[in-house]
Design a protein around this ligand. Structure first.
Ligand code: PEP
Ligand code: MG
Length: 752
C-alpha cells in the first residue's frame, strides 16, 4: 500500500475521531461523518444505513443523496445491494451498480446518477449494526486501499455506536444492547428465574479506537503480545502432562500468539490509524464472522481459540482484568460462553440461573447446575455479545428460552407463570410429610438423586425418603486433582450425617463416556458411551475403586452402608466388584476400623444385557436400580447427548415399557428390591406409568418429588395399569395418549 494512502486513512480516522469528540446530537454527528467521508474519499455520495429493527435498514444520514429521503428510505434485510451487504456481511464493490445482482433502485434518493458503489458492513464483534456506503458517478472499481479505509471507518463507527455516540434525537440507530431479545436455547436444567445479568467474563470496552502515533501504538501492541505469549507459555507448562484436550487448546493459543500473520495484520491496522485495541478487535471481528459462516467444526474450534486469545490480549492492553469493579446484582443470572464445574460451584447457590452460549446438556457444568437446582439454558447463541452486566433477564429453563431486557407484557406473563409455579410449590409443601400413597392404597417410595454436599439441604425440604442415588463422580469432576481417601471419607461421612438415618445409596465412580476427569489422561475412544467407562475402569484399574470403598466403609463408621456399582453388563462383573468390597471389609477390619452395621451391595441396570442375566445374579444382588438414562439410550440406540435423537423415542413406547415390566417381573421372582433412578422417574406421567407396571421405588431430582407425589396420591394405579394394558394390546406405539386421556377423564391435572 502506498504511503500516501496509509496516511490518508489515518488522517480520515483522526478527523473522524475529532468530529465525534465535538459533541452534538446523534443525527448531527452522523451528518458530519457522511460529509467527512465523502470529501475525504472523493466520492459524491456517502450514506449510513442502520438497522431500525432486526429486518429493516433505514437510511439515517447521507451526503449526496436527496436529504428528504433520510429516515424515509427503508430496505428489508437482503433487499438491494445495501440489504445484501447487511445480510451477507460481505463487501459489495462494483463499478456498475445497476447491473449488479439484486440491485434495487430507490427513486426518492436520486441515486440513479451514480454508477460505482462500495458498501461495507458496520459491525462489531460479529454483530451487524448497518451498512456504510460510498457512491460515485464515475464508473470505477474502488481500490483495495479505499475498501480497507472504508472498512476501518465502519469499524470505528460501530465502536462509537457501542459507546452510545449516536443515540439521541432523530438518529434511528437501533439502540445497542437496549432492545428486548429472545434467545431459544436448549434445556439444561428446568426451572424459571428472574434476575439481572452477571457476565462471567465481562466484555472489554474499547474507548479509544483511533490513535495518532502509530509508532507508540505498535510498541504497546508488541509489549502486550509478548506478555500474552509469556502467559500462554506459563499456562502450558502448568498443564503439560494433564488433560490432553486442555493442552491441545493451549497449543493452539501458543500457535496463534506466535503467529506472524496475526501480528502483522494488527500492525498494519495500526499504521492505518487504529489504536492497538481497535486493531485486535478488528481481527477478532473478522474471525467471528468467519466462525459464523464456517460449517467445519475443527475450524470453528480454532477460531474460537483465537477469539479467546484476542480477549486476553484486549484485557492486557486495556488493563481491564476480569474484575471490572462491577458489583454482582442481588439476583444474578450468570452468562458465559462456557464454564467449568469448579467455577460454577464457586458461585454456588448465589446464582438464580445460568445461561451458556455453548455448553451441553451432559457437560459437567450442567451436572453441577442440576445438583444446585439452578435453572440452566445452554446453546443460547450470541448471548455473550448481546447481554450486558446488570441487564434485566427472564430465564425459562422449562422451555429453554431466555428473554433479555424483556418488555412489560413479557414480564407480566412470566411473573404470572412463576406465581402459578409458586402456588404449585405450596401445594407440594403441604403434602411433603405425607406418604406417596395412591388411591388404590399402594405406597411408592420416593427418594432423591444427589452428588454434592450442596444437594443435601433438599433432603428434608423435598420430602424425599432418602438418597436413592448418590453420584460420587461429581466430587472427582469438580476438582483439578484426584481427591484423597481421607477427604472422601470425611465427605461421605457428612452426607450420612446430613441424611440423619435415612438411607443413602452411594454409587461408585461412574467416569468415562461424557464424564472425563480433568486430571486423568483421556482415552481416545471411537465411541465413549460404549467404551471404557464406569465399572469397566473400576475393575481394570482397581486402585481408585479400592480407595473409594475404603473411604465409604470408614465414613459409615458403624452405620448401615449401601453401595451400588454402575454399568454392570454381565454377572461376573458384579461378582468381581463384590469381591473388592469383601476384600476392603477384611482389610478395614484388620486395620481396626469399625465396620458398617449392615452392608447392602447392589447394581445399576443400564444395559439391556443385564435384564437377561442368569437368575443367580438376581439372587446374589441385594438390590437393583434401573439407570433409565443409559438403559434407554442403549435400548433405542439413541445417544442421550445428541440433541437430534435424544428425544426421538418415548419412554412410554410399548417396547420399552414392556421391557421394563420384564425387569420388574424378574426381580419379583427373586424378591430383589428394584428402583428406577433415571431422569424419567422425576417426570410425573412417566413416574405414574413406572409405578403402574410395578416399580415400588423411584429416585429423582428433589424438585420433582412434590409433583410426582401429588399425582401419585390422586391416581388409582390398578385402573391405570388396565389402561396401559389395553393400549398395548390395541397395537399403539406409545401408551402416552391413552394415559393422558385417562387422566383427563378422571379429572387428574397431569401438569401439576
Ligand atoms: C442413568 O443412566 O439413568 C443414571 C442414573 O446414571 P447417569 O445419569 O449418572 O449416567
Ligand atoms: Mg448411567
Amino acid at each position: 500500500m502506498p504511503d500516501g494512502t496509509e496516511s490518508e486513512s489515518r488522517k480520515l480516522l483522526v478527523r473522524l475521531r475529532d468530529t465525534l469528540a465535538e459533541g452534538g446530537a446523534g443525527q448531527e454527528r452522523l451528518d458530519k461523518i457522511t460529509h467527512l467521508i465523502a470529501s475525504s474519499m472523493l466520492t459524491e455520495v456517502c450514506s449510513i444505513y442502520l438497522f431500525r429493527d432486526d429486518d429493516t435498514l433505514e437510511l439515517c444520514a447521507t451526503e449526496g443523496l436527496k436529504a428528504e429521503s433520510v429516515h424515509q428510505t427503508r430496505l428489508r434485510l437482503g433487499e438491494g445491494l445495501v440489504g445484501r451487504v447487511a445480510k451477507t456481511t460481505q463487501i459489495v464493490n462494483t463499478a456498475d451498480a445497476p447491473s449488479e445482482r439484486g440491485f434495487r433502485y430507490m427513486p426518492e434518493t436520486g441515486e440513479e446518477a451514480y454508477s460505482s458503489f462500495l458498501g461495507v458492513p458496520i459491525q462489531r464483534l460479529g454483530e451487524t449494526l448497518g451498512v456504510l456506503v460510498v457512491q460515485s458517478k464515475e464508473a470505477r472499481q474502488f481500490s483495495s486501499d479505499e475498501v480497507y479505509a472504508l472498512e476501518v471507518v465502519a469499524m470505528v463507527l460501530a465502536e462509537m455506536a457501542e459507546l452510545g455516540a449516536f443515540v439521541g434525537d432523530g438518529a434511528a440507530l437501533k439502540a445497542l444492547h437496549q432492545q428486548p431479545v429472545l434467545f431459544r436455547g436448549t434445556v439444561g436444567q428446568e426451572g424459571t428465574a428472574e434476575g439481572h445479568i452477571w457476565l462471567h467474563e465481562p466484555r472489554v470496552v474499547v474507548t479509544n479506537p483511533v490513535a495518532e502515533d502509530p509508532q507508540a501504538e505498535t510498541e504497546r501492541l508488541r509489549d502486550a503480545v509478548n506478555e500474552l505469549r509469556y502467559s500462554v507459555d506459563q499456562m502450558l507448562s502448568v498443564a503439560e502432562g494433564g488433560d490432553a484436550d486442555h493442552v491441545q487448546v493451549l497449543e493452539a493459543y501458543k500457535m496463534f500468539a506466535n503467529s506472524k500473520g496475526w501480528l502483522r495484520r494488527m500492525e498494519e491496522d495500526i499504521s492505518r490509524g487504529l489504536s492497538a485495541e481497535a486493531a485486535v478487535e478488528k481481527e477478532q471481528s473478522i474471525a467471528r464472522s468467519r466462525m459464523a459462516r464456517s460449517t467445519d467444526a475443527y475450524l470453528r474450534e480454532r477460531l474460537n481459540d483465537l477469539d479467546d486469545l484476542s480477549n486476553r490480549l484486549l484485557r492486557i492492553l486495556t488493563g481491564q482484568g476480569s474484575d471490572t469493579g462491577a458489583e454482582m446484582p442481588d439476583d444474578p443470572i450468570l452468562v458465559a460462553r462456557n464454564i467449568g464445574p469448579a467455577e460454577l460451584l464457586d458461585y454456588g447457590r448465589r446464582l438464580k440461573g445460568v445461561i451458556l452460549e455453548e455448553g451441553s446438556v451432559g457437560s459437567h457444568a450442567a451436572i453441577v447446575a442440576r445438583a444446585l437446582a439452578i435453572p440452566l439454558v445452554v446453546h443460547a447463541r450470541n448471548i455473550t455479545t448481546e447481554a450486558l452486566n446488570g441487564n434485566h433477564v427472564l430465564l425459562d429453563g422449562d422451555q429453554g428460552v431466555v428473554h433479555l431486557r424483556p418488555d412489560e407484557n413479557v414480564v407480566k406473563a412470566f411473573r404470572d407463570q412463576m406465581a402459578m409455579q409458586a402456588q404449585a410449590q405450596e401445594r407440594y409443601a403441604s403434602i411433603r410429610d405425607l406418604p406417596a400413597e395412591t388411591l388404590c392404597g399402594r405406597r411408592i417410595s420416593l427418594t432423591m438423586n444427589a452428588g454434592l454436599m450442596a444437594d443435601l439441604p433438599s433432603l428434608p425440604t423435598s420430602g424425599a425418603e432418602g438418597v436413592g442415588l448418590f453420584r460420587t463422580e461429581l466430587q472427582f469432576l469438580v476438582r483439578n486433582k484426584m481427591p484423597k481417601r481421607a477427604e472422601l471419607s470425611a465427605l461421605y461421612g457428612r452426607v450420612l450425617d446430613a441424611a440423619d438415618g435415612q438411607p443413602v445409596v452411594f454409587r461408585t465412580l461412574d467416569i468415562g463416556s461424557d464424564k472425563v476427569l480433568p486430571y486423568m489422561k483421556p482415552n481416545d475412544e471411537p465411541n465413549p458411551a460404549l467404551g471404557w467407562r464406569a465399572i469397566r475402569v473400576g475393575l481394570d484399574k482397581p486402585g481408585v475403586l479400592r480407595m473409594q470403598l475404603q473411604a465409604l466403609i470408614r465414613a459409615a463408621n458403624g452405620r448401615p452402608l449401601s453401595v451400588m456399582f454402575p454399568f454392570i453388563a454381565q454377572m461376573d462383573e458384579f461378582t468381581v466388584a463384590r469381591q473388592e468390597i469383601d476384600k476392603a471389609m477384611a482389610r478395614e477390619e484388620r486395620l481396626g476400623h469399625v465396620l458398617p452395621s449392615e452392608l447392602k451391595i447392589g447394581t445399576m441396570l443400564e444395559t439391556p444385557s443385564l435384564a437377561f442375566a442368569p437368575q443367580a445374579f438376581f439372587e446374589q444382588v441385594d438390590f437393583v436400580s434401573i439407570g433409565g438414562n443409559d438403559l434407554k439410550q442403549f435400548f433405542f440406540a439413541a445417544d442421550r447427548e445428541n440433541e437430534r435423537v435424544r428425544r426421538r423415542y418415548d419412554t412410554l413406547n410399548v417396547s420399552f415399557l414392556s421391557f421394563l415390566e420384564g425387569i420388574v417381573n424378574r426381580c419379583r421372582t427373586t424378591g430383589t428390591p428394584l428402583s428406577f433412578c433415571g431422569e424419567d422417574a422425576g417426570r410425573p406421567i412417566e413416574a405414574l406409568c413406572l409405578a403402574a407396571i410395578g416399580l415400588q421405588s423411584l429416585s429423582m431430582r428433589p424438585a420433582s418429588i412434590g409433583p410426582v407425589k401429588h399425582l401419585l396420591r390422586r391416581t388409582n394405579l390398578g385402573e391405570l395399569y388396565s389402561v396401559i394394558s389395553e393400549a398395548r394390546e390395541s397395537g399403539v406405539q406409545s401408551v402416552r395418549p391413552a394415559v393422558m386421556e385417562y387422566l383427563a377423564k378422571a379429572a387428574i391435572p397431569s401438569a401439576s
